[in-house]
Design a protein around this ligand. Structure first.
Ligand code: ATP
Ligand code: MG
Length: 315
């Protein structure tokens, strides 16, 4: 869906992006990760033509973007920037409605869409629709930014460190929300971060950038198992690669399933099937347990997970 071929961007003598090739498939979440100044934001802004590329070719849906009208191109790409970029003198509802109104949707449809998105992002419309950005917490404002980007149902989402300025807990909640929304609406997404854990959690594939180049483009698992260079190895963290691999795999993969679900034991510690092996191991280490029951989304016990099994087969 998005294809960059030998794309370069210079600012005077600075080569911000240096001949990168990148292909992003429909429905994929591609995460660009790398240290400050390596060219992540520049890459994103070239895709929606906020910045022209100096050379090379960018195709969206097979079409060279320089042949497309930039405004039309952008209407099909939700864009979330760090610090939200909300209009301070507009209400939450009006901010979210920005693109639908540009597209001249009838008012009733705009209102319905705003309510739908606020609900999807866990912002009660009756409480927040008429508030102004300054009346929101950082996490709430970021949610409004994400709702605005999704408003006109674009095929592509570009997100530049959308959760960068948030505390760890809010950040984790928004990451989980993003995974949930991604399961529901499945947008082709290019997501920029310098946080490797965020990249591992959200990406279908990660593009590691260094000094304007892509040094590795692969799945989270392959990046962890086979880092292409010492730079990538240091980025993913040499020491805790084992735990990071465990965080990619859900408990369901290594649990011993019961023949049929049983009622859960009241008050007992239990894990969810989608919790990671890392969480499972952590709970067992803290409680000094050798195994734990596993429950499905309806709260029925569907099996058990054993500590030894995680240690033997978890990585
Ligand atoms: N408008 C500009 N004019 C001149 N140089 C620029 C401009 N925008 C970016 N650069 C330079 O291009 C390089 C890449 O910048 P970019 O913003 O893409 O980095 P980044 O990977 O997004 O970094 P960060 O993680 O800090 O946001 C940097 O050296 C930067 O100084
Ligand atoms: Mg940036």
């Amino acid at each position: 869906m998005i294809e960059l071929k030998n794309v370069t961007r210079r600012f005077g003598d600075t080569v911000a992006v240096d001949g990168i090739d990148l292909a992003i498939e429909t429905g994929e979440v591609c995460v660009l990760v790398g240290s400050s100044g390596c060219g992540k934001s520049t890459t994103l802004r070239m895709i929606n033509r906020l910045l022209p590329h100096s050379s090379g070719e960018i195709r969206v849906d097979g079409k060279d973007i320089t042949t497309l009208n930039p405004e039309r191109l952008r209407l099909n790409m939700g864009y979330v920037i760090q610090g939200t970029g909300l209009f301070p003198h507009w209400t939450v509802a009006r901010n979210i409605a920005l693109v639908p109104r540009l597209l001249k949707w009838p008012q009733a449809r705009v209102d319905a869409r705003v309510r739908e998105l606020m609900t999807l992002l866990d912002l009660d419309p009756d409480t927040y629709a008429n508030k102004y950005p300054a009346q929101l917490s950082g996490g709430q404002a970021q949610r409004v930014g994400v709702a605005r980007a999704l408003a006109a149902d674009p095929n592509i989402l570009l997100m530049d460190e959308p959760f960068g300025a948030l505390d760890a807990i809010t950040r984790e909640n928004l990451q989980l929300e993003m995974l949930r929304i991604q399961r529901q609406v499945r947008k082709t997404t290019v997501f920029v971060t310098h946080d490797i854990d965020e990249a591992l959690k959200l990406a279908t594939r990660i593009a590691v950038m260094d000094q304007g180049r892509i040094v590795q483009h692969d799945t989270p698992e392959n990046i962890l198992r086979h880092p292409a260079s010492e730079f990538v190895e240091n980025l993913v963290g040499k020491q805790d690669r084992g735990l990071k691999l465990m965080s990619l795999r859900p408990v369901r993969e290594l649990m011993t399933a019961h023949a049929r679900p049983r009622p859960a034991t009241p008050g007992a510690d239990a894990l969810g099937e989608d919790d990671s092996l890392r969480e499972a191991l952590s709970v067992m280490l803290c409680r000094n347990l050798t195994q734990l029951p596993v429950c499905n989304g309806r709260g029925e016990e569907t099996g058990v997970i054993a500590r030894e099994r995680i240690i033997r087969d978890g990585v």
